[in-house]
Write a protein that binds this ligand. Structure first.
Ligand code: SF4
Ligand code: SF3
Length: 549
């Protein structure tokens, strides 16, 4: 086992990475090894897919399969060995199919990458024996830590992009050019590249590609559910039967809302599902009553205390046996936990029956509302007032405090940072890191709320659009705006968003709470020199440096 992809990875003086029998997230070495075999198989498929495209062969099902299966290996997504093995077998069949299609066209396959030529063992025991040759840090002794670090930056960035491709796909957004580019990067990473500059260029290209993917996802969400509008959301329980929906996939929430209508069940959002309340086609359901709990790391006590079943549509799931709710949590899409019920297709009757059996909340609590819904359109319609307020000197600075949450004590930085933002400044926020500070009072400036919830992590797309619009209005570059980005990372979606921002030339980003453990000091120095990337220090020091400019 070797996994170093998330912020909570094990760090020791002898080397970083979860490398024993179990990772910090609960992923066992078997699951981790099987996931490595799966990724290697996917790199092999992409090699054939790229070559086949040169001869006019593209297979939409396989194009969609590769990012979906890659998503299964993202942090806190799928811990179920049986499902991973099924994906490996599906990958093997897909790779054979593309290989045969290439052969039929007379394509030269003699230079096929090791990943393309890998011969898969028949059973799990055999696959586990093969895992060492598929480890993500394979060949470290020959190429050194900097090359491995850059390969991992590309691999983990591409994994984040793959997750967004899958979120977009289920909203009917697919793009052949994106698939072609995705396969190109995936295939190339399967050749174990060792050229520093080419790897760096690949990381930037993945960031650029992800900007397109986030645009596709934005289109998928707004086409299906309308543009979010500013919306008050109650974060306190309401009396009655209940289901809580977590993760990122709004389409699952919509389907559940349809199937629970008139059944006397209240639906709550959790974590990254909070921004759903702003979408017209979702907020129209009266039984979407509010938001429950906070970010993923608090699941084990928050879900344990929830008097109804739980639907996990995507990351982040953590061990439901700890809070003793494994018998009432249901997974969707690519999410998996061994022994947990998985809902395929559009029949949500099992979770609905469970909700009807359970007691639900016994009484109403005093409501407490928070605001969400400041995605692209709402931000753009507020832009003229915002521009006037900046010109009048009423708004001095914007802070985008966004990214993932997690349970490390250092993450209190983000709450303290939000609290110390001066009163003549506006805070934009997105992703699950907002739960550290989104229930505090911030007031407004000339009627413009001082805390604007832009949405999920992928709604970084909306924040970028606003930054571009402001730069145009003030006739300057994005880097010259009175705007600072304070990002928190935890998993690979955050990695790819950082690559997107860097690839767009955005500088001076503050990232924390710790540096990715797969980046060496040399690589960090390059990022610092090239992009003025800043690692978070203390709130006083960082705030002082930003405001003194
Ligand atoms: Fe460790 Fe994170 Fe990998 Fe889990 S996902 S094994 S915690 S690095
Ligand atoms: Fe959170 Fe898992 Fe990253 Fe979409 S839900 S941001 S950590």
């Amino acid at each position: 086992m070797f996994c170093v992809q998330c912020e909570q990875t094990i760090r020791t003086p002898a080397g970083n990475g979860c490398a024993y029998s179990q990772g910090m997230c609960g992923k066992t070495s078997d699951t981790s090894d099987l996931q490595d075999v799966l990724i290697y198989m996917l790199q092999g498929i992409s090699w054939y897919a790229e070559r086949a495209r040169e001869f006019g062969i593209a297979n939409r099902e396989i194009d969609a399969f590769v990012p979906r299966a890659f998503f299964a290996t993202l942090t806190n997504v799928n811990f179920d060995n049986d499902r991973i093995i099924a994906l490996i077998r599906e990958a093997n069949a897909a790779r054979d199919l593309l290989k045969s299609a290439c052969e039929a066209k007379g394509v030269n396959l003699l230079d096929a990458s090791p990943a393309a030529q890998f011969v898969l063992a028949e059973d799990m025991a055999g696959m586990l024996l093969q895992a060492p040759e598929t480890l993500p840090n394979r060949g470290k002794e020959e190429v050194g830590e900097d090359i491995i670090g850059l390969r991992l930056l590309c691999l983990y960035g591409l994994k984040g992009a793959a997750a967004y491709m899958e979120h977009a796909r289920i909203l009917h957004q697919q793009n052949d050019d994106v698939y072609a580019e995705f396969h190109k990067h995936m295939a190339w990473l399967g050749t174990d590249p060792a050229d520093l500059m080419s790897l760096f260029d690949c990381a930037m290209a993945i960031g650029q590609m992800n900007f397109t993917v986030m645009g596709m996802l934005d289109k998928g969400e707004t086409d299906a559910f309308g543009h979010p509008v500013p919306t008050q959301v109650n974060v306190k329980p309401v009396k009655g039967k209940c289901i809580v929906v977590s993760g990122h996939d709004l389409i699952d929430l919509e389907e559940l809302l349809k199937q629970t209508e008139g059944k006397g069940i209240n639906i709550y959002t959790n974590g990254e599902m909070l921004p759903a309340h702003g979408y017209p086609e979702l907020k129209k359901y009266k039984h979407l009553v509010g938001n429950y709990g906070s970010a993923w790391q608090n699941q084990q006590h928050e879900f344990a205390a929830f008097p109804g079943p739980i639907l996990m549509t995507s990351n982040c799931i953590i061990d439901p046996n700890v809070g003793d709710y494994a018998d009432r949590i249901y997974t969707r899409n690519i999410v998996g936990w061994p022994g947990v019920q998985h809902i395929e297709g559009d029949d949500f009757s099992a979770i609905i029956e469970k909700a009807l059996e359970m007691p639900g909340f016994e009484y109403d609590e005093l409501p407490h509302n928070i605001l969400t819904g400041f995605a692209r359109n709402a931000l753009m319609s507020a832009a003229p007032a915002v521009i006037d307020a900046v010109k009048a000197g009423d708004i001095k600075h914007f802070f985008l405090i966004g990214g993932c949450d997690g349970d490390k004590a250092e993450r209190s930085y983000y709450k303290e940072f939000a609290q110390s933002v001066p009163e003549d400044c506006v805070i934009l926020t997105l992703a699950c890191g907002k739960f550290k500070f989104n229930k505090l009072e911030y007031g407004d400036i000339n009627g413009i709320p001082r805390l604007l919830d832009v949405g999920q992590c992928n709604d970084a797309y909306s924040a970028i659009q606003l930054a571009l619009a402001l730069a145009e209005a003030f006739e300057c570059g994005v880097n010259d705006l009175p705007l600072s980005l304070i990002l928190s990372w935890f998993e690979q979606k955050a990695i790819v968003i950082l690559l997107t921002l860097l690839s767009l030339g955005i500088k001076n980003i503050h990232v924390g709470p710790t540096t990715p453990a797969f980046l060496t000091d040399n690589l960090l120095n390059v990022l610092v020199e090239k992009f003025d990337l800043k690692l978070t220090t203390t709130v006083e020091q960082d705030m002082g440096a930003i405001l003194s400019k």
